[in-house]
Ligand binder design. Structure first.
Ligand SMILES: Nc1ncnc2c1ncn2[C@@H]1O[C@H](COP(=O)(O)OP(=O)(O)OP(=O)(O)O)[C@@H](O)[C@H]1O
Length: 465
């Protein structure tokens, strides 16, 4: 049977890291088994769902490259189908109308609690052979309840958590349609999983409690019950479940903050899943390795340092043209336009070894394209009066030098030797003047990329003053 998995977010906010990891595992499972991955937007909470959130989810999935084979399907566009199934269940006696008012249910609950019982619906409108039902009250629209089996247990072999069973006596007759006729969450999910032929439901373990209800509904409908895999939650720094309403940031915020999607994916893949000691792998490898047997059932905590480490790794590996296109955009957002010279890929080749994030990388190379602000403390420390003659000699030597790293290096050497000073005595003030700060890669390489004209211009700042 072809594997069919799904990711089913509610568009009540952006796609966050917790949801994205769940989407990734569901996607990888489908890819590994040459199956299909379906995207379903669970938008029945009309008060909280927005088109902007749908777009944010699609943007997040696209940025990560979690491509879906079918969908997005929208639950709000499937209302006729849900009504059809509800009608069918009523006809077949698998569901019934319940006319209990809110006040009646509240009174029942209070009564049960007062006698130390667990509050639950008492089945007063559930038809049974020979049972007399109450008289239908005038002007009350009923809810529709599912006739949950009363005996036996619901049991499933969770692909992550192992065998789970719940006694049916613990489960109420679930409301599947509200008094206004709108179907409820668990019911829509069941009809969708059934119609969409989902074979493995891979979702967060915040849904474990829904599963026995959904299995009973599927069985009542005569549907094949899929396998279930409930993934542990991803917790934020404070140990609480990441959610749209608590502590999570959007996946696309990681792009804005300078992360590469492959770093985020690799990081997410290792969050709660392992393949021996392997830490670094691409998605093709992950899809080959991925299985549900090596998922940690306990919750996983987000660790920014590890993500940064992976990001630095992928920045070093990334194609330079691709990196340049990204960094050029980041620079342009800061009002720095990348000129033809020096060529950005060459600049990035010099700098990318040092960067954890792309926006740091952009900030660190901006000085190639505009006069940098000068770190005043570094200037005071390194650009001292005794350095000025060295700068003058270097400037003279550079007027004539061939403009290669080797020739520039030779000119620097010649000046420090002639003045009998150590190399940093000249290199540090040069760094400050040329780059704005006392940290830079090898100064001769920086000068070579900056070009003769800009190098001499910036070196002349203290000489002119
Ligand atoms: N912190 C998390 N860790 C792992 N999976 C999660 C996390 N939060 C949500 N999921 C899973 O992501 C999928 C989509 O969830 P959903 O869109 O409802 O997000 P949510 O953040 O839980 O929403 P809400 O903020 O409304 O509770 C579900 O399978 C859910 O179990």
């Amino acid at each position: 049977m072809t594997v069919r998995t799904r990711f089913a977010p509610s568009p009540t906010g952006f796609l966050h890291i917790g949801g994205a990891r769940t989407a990734l595992f569901s996607w990888a499972y489908a890819r590994k088994h040459a199956g299909q991955f379906i995207l379903r937007i669970e938008d029945t909470d009309v008060a909280r769902s927005t088109p902007e959130a749908v777009q944010a989810i699609l943007d997040g999935m696209n940025w990560l490259g979690l491509s879906w084979d079918e969908g997005p399907f929208y639950q709000m566009q499937r209302m006729d189908r849900y009504r059809e199934v509800i009608g069918q269940m009523l006809t077949e006696g698998k569901a019934y109308r319940c006319y209990c008012s809110r006040e009646e249910l509240d009174a029942l609950r209070e009564q049960q609690m007062a006698s130390g019982l667990k509050p639950r619906y008492d089945g007063r409108w559930r038809p049974e052979p020979g049972k007399l039902l109450p008289e239908v009250p005038a002007g009350v629209e009923p809810v529709i309840r599912f006739r949950n089996p009363q005996a036996g247990v619901v049991e499933w072999n969770d692909l992550v958590k192992g065998s789970i069973s719940i006694a049916n006596s613990e489960l109420d007759d679930l409301i599947i349609a509200r008094a206004d006729g709108t179907p409820t969450y668990n019911f829509c999910v069941v009809v969708d999983d059934w119609d969409m032929g989902i074979t493995q439901v891979i979702r967060g373990d915040d849904h474990v409690n829904n599963t026995p209800r959904q299995i009973n509904l599927l069985q009542a409908l005569g549907a094949t019950v899929p396998q279930y895999a409930h993934l542990s939650m991803i917790l934020g720094d404070d140990g609480q479940k990441l959610s749209k309403r608590h502590g999570a940031v959007s996946v696309t915020q990681y792009h804005d903050d300078g992360y590469l999607p492959e770093a985020v994916l690799n990081y997410l893949a290792r969050l709660g899943w392992s393949h021996g000691d392997d830490e670094i792998f691409d998605m093709a490898q992950f899809c080959q390795w991925f299985d549900l047997d090596h998922i940690t059932p306990s919750a996983a905590q987000f660790n920014t340092e590890k993500l940064n480490w992976l990001n630095a790794h992928y920045i070093k590996l990334a194609d330079l043209e691709r990196l340049s296109a990204d960094v050029a955009q980041r620079l342009s957002a800061q009002g720095v336009s990348v000129a033809a010279e020096p060529a950005l890929p060459a600049v990035l080749a010099l700098y990318r070894e040092r960067a954890n994030k792309l926006n740091e990388l952009a900030a660190s190379v901006a000085y190639f394209y505009r006069m940098p602000p000068i770190d005043e403390a570094a200037y005071a420390k390194h650009v001292t009066a005794d350095v000025l003659p060295l700068l003058q000699s270097l400037s003279d030597a550079l007027q004539q030098a061939e403009w290669t790293v080797e020739a520039i290096h030779a000119a620097l050497d010649q000046v420090v030797k002639a003045a009998e000073v150590k190399f940093p005595k000249l290199a540090m003030p040069l760094r400050v003047l040329l780059t704005g700060s006392a940290q830079s890669p090898s100064i001769d390489a920086v000068m070579c990329l900056l070009g003769r004209e800009t190098t001499l211009q910036r070196m002349h700042l203290p000489l002119a003053g």
